[in-house]
Design a protein around this ligand. Structure first.
Ligand SMILES: NC(=O)C1=CN([C@@H]2O[C@H](COP(=O)(O)OP(=O)(O)OC[C@H]3O[C@@H](n4cnc5c(N)ncnc54)[C@H](O)[C@@H]3O)[C@@H](O)[C@H]2O)[C@@H](O)CC1
Ligand SMILES: [K+]
Length: 472
């Protein structure tokens, strides 16, 4: 996979290093601030065009370079003929911010007089390193209340850029968050990402940092080869358990996602549709059923149950040596240290399963989600898809990717089974757990977008086909 600079997701220190590389190459901080501010101003201008007539733009400027960006934005709006004013929370404190402030030729007003169409929040950016004071919090929320809409520059003031944690009691809601130079982790993490409706990125020329995390991108897929046959396209076997519905749902997702052959092995296969090859397989027969060398990926967990039979079925999967996707009950039955070499597997824990696994594997639970997912990947050797409204994918070699925001309609029963089926199908096709997990997460969100509001998990599985078609 090749990723562009626009796909990278940087920590604050990686962003500082990227800016330093640009400066070493001859672009000074003033020029970077101009690029960032003027790039952001285009979005502010477009948004202000929809604001009420005569209701202008107020830019709230803090003391650091985020505040400096604010002066550049204000001046750019003024030059375009817009109505703009600055509220200076503090005097500019950096050389670049001072220079930007000196180049701004519009009015600076007291906060109490500021009301209007759009509030541009440049109080603090990635340099925020401690909680907002009550004074700043009141200033920000008061201004937001006196404007129709708010736009956050780089990150909302009151967000930890690396973890997405709130460093304020309460933040305004933003119509738009404009990331500068590169995405930061907070742009993909809760609770930060619930603070805005839309996020956009302004390019300032930062090159791709190969060590950085990436945003999960749209996969580039191809139709089966001219000489393809069902096994070469990938045979997925889904191990059924106590609750047959979940395994059927995962099978349906897998069948819509490019696998050549989907087979369900379960004690009871009543109700299986005619397109699904379903084999009644008792626990004692499972090892033999999984001995087929043509199996490209095995899914175990959806509807498995947690009793001794379930444990036997999971163990048969683990002992088969196949490429595995382990989900749901399968995760809850994993045992440390026996299952610390799951190399090539994909684990798909939701929040509760993640917590259980961490406790079971003796891992810390108090870090931010990316660090937790990386620790679990390292402990198990598997690719970990840490699901949720902010899905993070971590690989055992330290790879990290962040999913863009997906429709909240996904918060319905069965969508996890669909994701597990997607992972299994992509694993069968690509034979690479990292690639498969990233493709599956993107297709899952895209299927949700295409399924529209209030879908059920079956609708979601059926919407995978048009999602996949968009990648061909
Ligand atoms: N460095 C660069 O080359 C560029 C930086 N850019 C902007 O610069 C921002 C980062 O600038 P800075 O590092 O100056 O950071 P900020 O503008 O976020 O401000 C940090 C300053 O605020 C202080 N501070 C932190 N938390 C505080 C709190 N809770 N209460 C009061 N003061 C607090 C810090 O001690 C520091 O003086 C980015 O978010 C982006 O907007 C862009 O202009 C692009 C270029
Ligand atoms: K900000």
């Amino acid at each position: 996979m090749i990723f562009a600079a626009a796909d990278q997701v940087l920590t604050v220190s990686q962003m500082v290093a990227a800016e330093e590389r640009l400066m070493t190459a001859g672009t000074d901080v003033h020029e970077l601030m101009q690029r960032a501010g003027r790039g952001a101003a285009k979005y502010v201008w477009r948004t202000s065009a929809g604001a009420r007539q005569g209701y202008g733009v107020t830019v709230l400027c803090g003391p650091g370079n985020n505040g400096g960006d604010g002066y550049v934005i204000a001046e750019a709006i003024r030059e375009r003929g817009g109505t703009v004013q600055v509220v200076a929370a503090r005097d500019p404190g950096t050389d670049a911010a001072k220079r930007a402030a000196s180049l701004y030729r519009g009015p600076i007003v007291g906060a109490v007089h500021a009301r209007g169409g759009i509030l541009v929040d440049c109080l603090f950016g990635s340099g925020l390193n401690r909680p907002l004071s009550d004074e700043f919090e009141a200033l920000l929320s008061g201004l937001a209340a006196r404007h129709d809409r708010a736009i956050a520059i780089d990150v909302p003031s009151g967000i930890d850029s690396d973890t997405g944690a709130l460093l304020a009691g309460k933040l305004p809601h933003y119509a738009l968050c404009i990331a500068l130079g590169a995405w930061k982790r907070a742009h993909f993490l809760m609770p930060a990402m619930a603070c805005w409706d839309l996020a956009r990125l302004v390019d300032i020329g930062a090159a791709r940092d190969v060590a950085s995390a990436i945003a999960v991108g749209k996969p580039v897929l191809s139709a089966p080869a001219r000489d393809a046959h069902k096994y070469r396209r990938g045979l997925v076997v889904v191990i059924g358990g106590a609750m047959p519905g979940a395994a059927l749902l995962a099978s349906r997702a897998a069948a819509h996602c490019g696998a050549g052959y989907v087979k369900l092995v379960a004690r009871d296969v009543a109700g299986a549709p005619d397109w699904l090859v379903a084999h009644e397989t008792g626990d004692g027969d499972l090892a033999a059923a999984l001995a087929d060398d043509r199996i490209a990926a095995l899914l175990v967990g959806p509807g498995l149950g947690r009793d001794d039979n379930a444990r036997a079925r999971l163990n048969a999967g683990l002992e088969s040596g196949r490429h595995l996707v382990i989900d749901a009950d399968g995760l809850m039955l994993l045992e440390a240290p026996a299952h610390t070499s799951l190399s090539g597997a994909i684990l798909t824990p939701h929040y509760g399963e993640m917590l259980w696994l961490e406790r079971h594997f003796g891992l810390a639970t108090d870090a931010a989600k990316p660090a937790r997912a990386l620790a679990l990947a390292e402990a198990t050797g598997a690719v970990v898809v840490a699901k949720g409204p902010d899905t993070v994918i971590a690989g055992p070699g330290g790879q990290l990717s962040f999913a863009s925001s997906a429709p909240s309609w996904l918060s319905v029963a069965g969508t996890g089974d669909v994701l597990a089926g997607l992972c299994a199908a992509r694993l069968a096709v690509t034979v690479d757990a990292w690639t498969a997990a990233n493709e599956a997460v993107w297709l899952h969100a895209e299927a949700a977008r295409r399924a529209g509001p209030a879908f059920h998990a079956g609708d979601l599985a059926d919407a995978i086909r048009p999602a996949l078609e968009s990648c061909l």
